[in-house]
Ligand binder design. Sequence first.
Ligand code: NI
Length: 202
Amino acid sequence: MLHQQDQALSKSLFTIRETVKELLGLSELCQCAHLVTLKCQHNLEQESAATRKMLERVPSDKFDWKPHEKSTPLGRLAGHIAQLPILLMAALTQDELNFDPESFDPSPMPGSVPKLLETFDKNIADAIGLLHTNADGKLGDMWRLRSGEQIFMEKPRAAMIRWVISHIVHHRGQLSVYLRLLDVPLPPIYGPTADEPMPSSV
Ligand code: NI
C-alpha cells in the first residue's frame, strides 16, 4: 500500500516537474531553485506595493503620535517597516546578522514622509536586485539572526525571506489601525475599506 502511494507521489511529482519545465522552457531540474527565487520576488513585489500604499498615507505631523502608552510612535513604526528589507539584504549577502549592541550600527530612522518612501523604495529595489544576483542555489542554506551568543532565529534563507515579508505585513496591519484612529482614509489592500473600494482591475 505504502509502495503504491510512493509510486503515485513520484508520478505526481514527475508530472509537476515536466509541466513546470514545459511552461517555463526550463531544461534542467536544478532550475527549480530559480522558481523559488521568482516566488520570493513575486511575494515581495506584491506585499511591498500594498505596504507602500499604506506608508503614503502617514501624516507628516504625527510621527510622535501613539495609540497607547506601550505602543511604538507612528514615525518609528513606519520607519521600521521601511527598513525591514535591510534584513532581506543581509539574508542574501551574509551568513548571519548580529544585532549585538557592541557592534551593530542601525540605520537612522527616516524623519519625514518623503524620506520614508525613498528609504522603503530603495531598500525594496536593492533587495529584489540581490534576489536576482545572489539567491539561486543558496535559498536552502541556513541563516542566523543573533545578538552576540544568543541566537534569535535560525532558518533556511528562503524561510527567512518569507519571515521578513510576514513581518512587514504584520506591521502594516498595525499601521492601518494607527491610521484609522487618526481618521486617515485607508487604502484597499486585500479587500475594500470603509473609505475606498477595490480598484476594478483587481
Ligand atoms: Ni518588528
